[in-house]
Every structure is written in structure tokens, then in C-alpha cells.
Design a protein around this ligand. Structure first.
Ligand SMILES: *Cc1c(COP(=O)(O)O)cnc(C)c1O
Length: 415
């Protein structure tokens, strides 16, 4: 295959290590092209992609509708300031609002920015409505909300705070799914409770129905803003448009990003009309937020998501993948637990997950280790059964190879 940059794969990796800051522990793989659930590296090797840009490429790679929308909008108007109105932003906003229980949207460029906007909106709303001193934010341990200061402070994992202190003041952390701790933590000083309905980076843990119901109940009683971070679990991934729909619980504010642009960067904050009054002109802004190009990509992506029935497919394919993983666990003894909702799935392995990731990669499957012992599967929502069968076939070989390498004698000899 032609090298678009005129560099061999090793050259790109070497130059990346030389020029780019070392914020990522990258795998030695240079991706050059993608189509649907498959990607190709610089050498033209094909991979089945069950990482999908970390739950971004929900439509698969280079979905024709998103590609066409970007091409068209790029030649019309790529960017204009939010000092003016633009059509694509309104189309995307209308779609999101008509599809959900929310009334207003704020557009930004990433997940962390959507979380920042949510935290600022909740504090400003509390300040206006209930006066100063009502600024506390309650979040869960093991959560992940992004890397900017507010979002990383909200993230209930000490490893992301270490060396960055002092963090933003006013945050409290409770154990995820601990209803009693949640009820105790929320007081007259609480501006917001921020939760992921399904924890993603923390290891794929769905909230218990009692926990989210208690969150709704206690926030309603105290006038606290309930924010759901659906940046990873939202937009069809769990088999519903929003994951909160599984629980019959509606937040006041919801953060979206990842899959929203069909691969193009865009984030959004959805809010009820009441809470949205917390922001007045000048209170919050983003230069690029919801620019015509990003919004056109997002609108095309959401149309494809709904019209191609990918939300339904996420439910069905997710169920099938979970069954296959459970069967693989039975067969090999190397998967101890399978968790998740729809196509947001974690599998706890009894061999090091990183080793399994490497063994999968050499066999043409891309998966992610979300913890030392947990694999994460977030494939495109349009995957078909044959893809799942191919992936679990590769995974089986990879698990056995990892077990072999670990000298694990727990492997059941099955014919
Ligand atoms: C990825 C993620 C974020 C951060 O999104 P960025 O676009 O990386 O800033 C926040 N919350 C959740 C739940 C996420 O999965």
C-alpha cells in the first residue's frame, strides 16, 4: 500500500515519539484508513475495530452520509462566529431537543467542555436561584468526566488528580451505586449531582436503578441540578437514544460528545428550559462550539443513527456479543464476568487484559483494556453478527495465547 506521508510505519512512530508530547501510552499501530467496522494500517493490514475511536465512530468509519455532509458544508461555510446564527447548528439542536425531554442545548467541541458547561450552568443556576454558598458538586468514585480542571476534579479517581493539585474546590465524592451515601452527601449547599448512567473509563459499570432513582429523588427535593454524563453511554450505544431511558429517570442536564459528530469533534449540553435560564448572554461561550461544519456532521450522523435503526441494532448486537463473551468464558475459563448495556461492554479476564489486547491486535482485532483485568468493547453500532463471530473467534485465540504466555494452567482443555 502507498504511504500517504511517504514514511514507513516505523518512521511515523519514531517521529511521533520525537515530536508529540507523551500523554498517551500508544500501541504500535499506525492507522491509515477506515470503512465501516474495519480499519487498515499503513501496511494495508485489516483490523476489525471494536474500539471505534473510543465510542466515537458509532456509525463505523467514514459513513457516507457524514462524509457527504462534511464535504458539502466545507464548501459552503466552514465556520462563523456564534455572534451570528447558522442553519446546521439549528438543525442539530432541533433534532436533539425533539428526540429527548430537554428544551435547550449549548454546543462545544468535546466531552470535557460539555462537562465544564454543565458544572458552570449548575453553579450559576444555584447562585441565581438559591444564592451564594450553594456550590457543591457531588460525583461518584470511579467516574470519568474529562481532563480540563473542572472535569478532572469531578472525575472520582485520585490517579488523575495526583500532581495537579490544588483541584477546583467544592467537590464531594461518593461510592458509585451507594444510595445511602448519595442521600447523605446532597445538602442545601449542593449545586449539582453529576453521574454517568453507565461508568465508562472506570471499567463499564451500569448504575443500579435504585441509585439513579435516588439521585433524581434527592436532587428534586433539594432543588439540586441532576447532571448525567452520557458522553460515552449516550446516543444509542446502550440500545436507547440516551442511557437514562433504560432507568426511567430523566436528568435536568445531560452531557454529550464522543459519537455526536459521527467522528467529527463536537460536544453538547442538553438542559431543561428552567435550568437553562442559569446562563445569560456572556456567561459561557465557545469560539468553535457548534460551528457549521461540526453541526452538519452531527446532524447527518444523528439522522443516519435513527433512520438506519442503529439504536435497535445496538441493543440486539450488544445482547448477542454479551452472550458470545459469556459462552467464551464458560468454554475457556478465562472470562470471569461480562458487564454492560447494549454495545458498551466490559469483560473481566483472568489473564492480563493488556496482553489480550496485543494478542488480538496481531490477529486483526482492535479492543481496549479499560482496566488491568477488564477488556472494553465499544464497536460501531452497525456491526453485524458475522463481525461479532469473527471478533469472538479472534478473542478466543488471543485469550488462549495470553493464558499460555502467562503459564496459566486454569485453561480448561476442551477437545
Ligand atoms: C470521554 C469522556 C469524557 C471526556 O470527553 P473528551 O472529549 O475526551 O473531553 C467525559 N465523560 C465521559 C463519560 C467520557 O467517556
Amino acid at each position: 500500500m502507498e504511504h500517504p506521508h511517504g514514511l514507513p510505519q516505523n518512521g511515523i512512530i519514531q517521529l511521533a515519539e520525537k515530536y508529540i508530547m507523551k500523554t498517551y501510552a500508544r500501541l504500535p499501530l499506525v492507522l491509515a484508513r477506515g470503512e465501516g467496522a474495519r480499519v487498515w494500517d499503513e501496511k494495508g493490514r485489516e483490523y476489525l475495530d471494536f474500539v471505534a475511536g473510543l465510542a466515537v465512530n458509532s456509525l463505523g468509519h467514514c459513513h457516507p452520509r457524514v462524509v457527504a455532509a462534511i464535504r458539502e458544508q466545507a464548501g459552503l461555510l466552514m465556520h462563523c462566529s456564534n455572534l451570528y446564527y447558522s442553519g446546521p447548528q439549528v438543525s442539530l439542536a432541533q433534532f436533539l431537543i425533539e428526540r429527548t425531554s430537554f428544551d435547550n442545548v449549548f454546543f462545544c467541541n468535546s466531552g470535557a467542555e460539555a462537562v465544564e458547561a454543565g458544572l458552570k450552568l449548575a453553579r450559576k443556576y444555584a447562585y441565581k436561584k438559591r444564592g451564594p454558598g450553594c456550590f457543591e458538586i457531588v460525583t461518584a468514585q470511579g467516574s470519568f468526566h474529562g481532563r480540563t480542571y473542572g472535569a478532572v476534579t469531578a472525575t472520582g479517581q485520585p490517579k488523575y488528580h495526583e500532581g495537579f493539585e490544588p483541584m477546583v474546590p467544592g467537590f464531594k465524592y461518593i461510592p458509585f451505586n451507594d444510595t445511602a451515601a448519595l442521600r447523605e452527601a446532597v445538602t442545601g449547599k449542593t449545586a449539582a449531582v453529576l453521574l454517568e448512567p453507565v461508568q465508562g473509563e472506570g471499567g463499564i459499570y451500569p448504575a443500579s436503578p435504585e441509585f439513579l432513582k435516588a439521585a433524581r429523588d434527592v436532587t428534586a427535593k433539594t432543588g439540586t441540578v441532576l447532571i448525567f454524563d452520557e458522553i460515552q453511554c449516550g446516543l444509542g450505544r446502550t440500545g436507547r437514544f440516551l442511557a437514562q431511558e433504560h432507568y426511567g429517570v430523566t436528568a435536568d442536564v445531560t452531557c454529550l460528545a464522543k459519537a455526536l459528530g459521527g467522528g467529527f469533534p463536537i460536544g453538547a449540553l442538553l438542559s431543561t428550559g428552567t435550568i437553562a435560564t442559569g446562563f445569560s448572554p456572556g456567561d459561557h461561550a465557545s469560539t468553535f462550539g457548534g460551528n457549521p461544519l461540526a453541526a452538519a456532521a452531527g446532524f447527518a450522523a444523528l439522522q443516519a443513527l435513527v433512520e438506519e435503526k442503529l439504536i435497535e441494532n445496538a441493543g440486539a448486537a450488544g445482547k448477542y456479543l454479551r452472550e458470545r463473551l459469556a459462552a467464551l468464558g464458560e468454554e475457556t475459563g478465562l472470562i470471569r464476568e461480562v458487564r454492560g448495556l447494549g454495545l458498551m461492554i466490559g469483560a473481566v479476564t483472568s489473564v492480563p487484559a493488556k496482553k489480550v489486547v496485543t494478542e488480538c491486535q496481531v490477529r486483526g482485532l482492535i479492543v481496549n483494556a479499560v482496566k488491568d483485568d477488564t477488556l472494553r468493547f465499544v464497536p460501531p453500532l452497525n456491526i453485524v453478527r458475522e463481525d461479532v463471530d469473527q471478533a469472538t473467534g479472534i478473542l478466543k485465540e488471543a485469550l488462549l495465547a495470553a493464558a499460555c504466555a502467562a503459564g496459566d494452567d486454569s485453561v480448561k482443555k476442551n477437545g
